[in-house]
Design a protein around this ligand. Structure first.
Ligand code: FAD
Length: 310
């Protein structure tokens, strides 16, 4: 039996977390295969083949995977699942949409957000927005799990896996892709950025969010993040929400600007190496996870800090 990793990509390149998922996949000591689904995606399959630890890339190139929908992806995985004892993907909104469907089709448990693989069926995982860690054991014959990328090292890029082309299953006809809106940015991707500057509802408007945080992020070469309250208020796009129901980040440096530090937010950033918080309330919970805290009005502190950075 082998271990199958579902590779996520943006049509141009593989998602960074795929390399972390490959490291996790090696825990079973079995051959690791990487599944790349795309359209005109030869380059992505070639990138995948360079990941150390991958023995085979399974490449499916078909029109329906130009904009993959979860039904097509899960049906494709299900068509080959009998060859695999373990199915893994990095924890993301994409994998959280796909893997539970595969688990349901196979009548096994879906194990999400794994932080540590302790044996071939025993895992440490986060629950209650990351406030509780629990160890679970699965007796299912097939293990299906998502892993938190930041908890596993990135596999090196010195591999030479063989690429095997496989046939696409018939497209699912009841759901179809209509459109997608993406934010184009020169900034680093949020989930792989070394520095993240996040803002909260206290920024007050989309204009102030941009005017205050963009220059700081620019100087730090940082990605922008936001709380759910800031997203819900329309100050920041949904894609940059950090937290339990957003993106999980673990940068070297995380700036929380006017962020209260609700557990649902900290669930997505508390693995950051250094956390800097600016908040005018000295009792704000964000200071409990901050390495450096500044009790100040962000409208004074952020421009001062930005100007001080060369
Ligand atoms: P607030 O809670 O309003 O805090 C604003 C902070 O700014 C306060 O601490 C205040 O002291 C400070 N402040 C105000 N003015 C200034 C100023 N001038 N200068 C400096 N500081 C100032 N939230 C997430 O972020 N991510 C998630 O993924 C997420 N998922 C959720 C899932 C569920 C099921 C639920 C129920 C909630 C979720 N939330 C999530 C929401 C979360 O509970 C909080 O409501 C949210 O994080 C609060 O955002 P905030 O800190 O921007 O706003």
């Amino acid at each position: 039996m082998s271990t199958l990793v579902l590779a996520e990509h943006n049509g141009q390149q593989l998602h960074n977390d795929v390399r972390h998922a490959v490291t996790a996949a090696q825990s079973w000591g079995q051959p690791v295969h990487l599944l790349v689904l795309g359209h005109q995606s030869e380059k992505i399959a070639e990138q995948a083949a360079t990941i150390h630890g991958v023995s085979r890339v399974l490449h499916v190139d078909a029109q329906q995977f130009a904009h993959p929908i979860a039904e097509d992806v899960s049906n494709q995985i299900n068509s080959i699942i009998t060859d695999y004892q373990v199915l893994i993907a990095a924890h993301s909104s994409f994998s959280r949409n796909v893997l539970p469907r595969v688990a349901a089709l196979n009548d096994v448990a879906m194990i999400s957000d794994v932080l540590d693989i302790q044996s071939d069926n025993r895992y440490l995982r986060a629950i209650y927005a990351g406030n509780v860690h629990t160890t679970i054991q699965s007796r299912d014959t097939r293990q299906i799990l998502t892993v938190r990328g930041s908890k596993f090292a990135a596999a090196e890029l010195n591999g030479q896996a063989e690429i095997t082309t496989i046939t696409a299953v018939a497209p699912f006809t009841k759901t179809r892709w209509i459109s997608e809106s993406r934010i184009e940015s020169d900034r680093p991707a949020l989930n792989s950025a070394k520095v993240v500057v996040s803002g909260g509802r206290s920024l007050g408007s989309a204009e102030k969010f941009d005017a205050l945080l963009n220059p700081l992020a620019e100087k730090l070469g940082a990605a922008l993040g936001a709380t759910r309250a800031a997203v819900d208020a329309g100050y920041a796009p949904n894609e940059i929400q950090v937290g339990q129901t957003g993106v999980t980040v673990a940068p070297e440096l995380y700036f929380a600007v006017g962020v209260s530090g609700a557990v649902q937010h900290t669930a997505g950033m508390k693995d950051s190496r250094i956390v800097v918080a600016i908040n005018q309330d000295p009792d704000a919970p964000i200071f409990q996870v901050a390495d450096y805290g500044l009790v100040a009005d962000l409208f004074d502190a952020v421009p001062t800090l930005t100007n001080a950075l060369s």
